[in-house]
Design a protein around this ligand. Sequence first.
Ligand code: ZN
Length: 119
Amino acid sequence: MESRNCRKCEICGERKLPKSGLFLAKFPLDPDRCRLWVKATGNEDLVNVPIEKLHQLKYACGAHFVNEYFNAKGNRLVDTAVPTECLAKPPLSDDLLAEFPLHVKSYYDKKSAKKRTSE
Ligand SMILES: [Zn+2]
């Protein structure tokens, strides 16, 4: 509750102040892409956060995206954008992310046929 206006980059910790022009992108709702974003943060805690929450509450700043991930105006990311630049921590291992996303059942069911054979 104490920090509701405080958007910050999950990768480098850069905060968006009211008048700063810092570009912050929401985490994507697409599970495959969101997984890559979480991986890039190097933050294990995010693995257990539902995608909807990541999308609502978590951001990555523009410093982590190469130019071709921005649209022509440079004010939005394209659908395939994944943070790859200036990562502050080593990416998470694929093991950690094997069960991501944990909370999006409808998405998960669609994808479960190809993975998830080892239980
Ligand atoms: Zn950042």
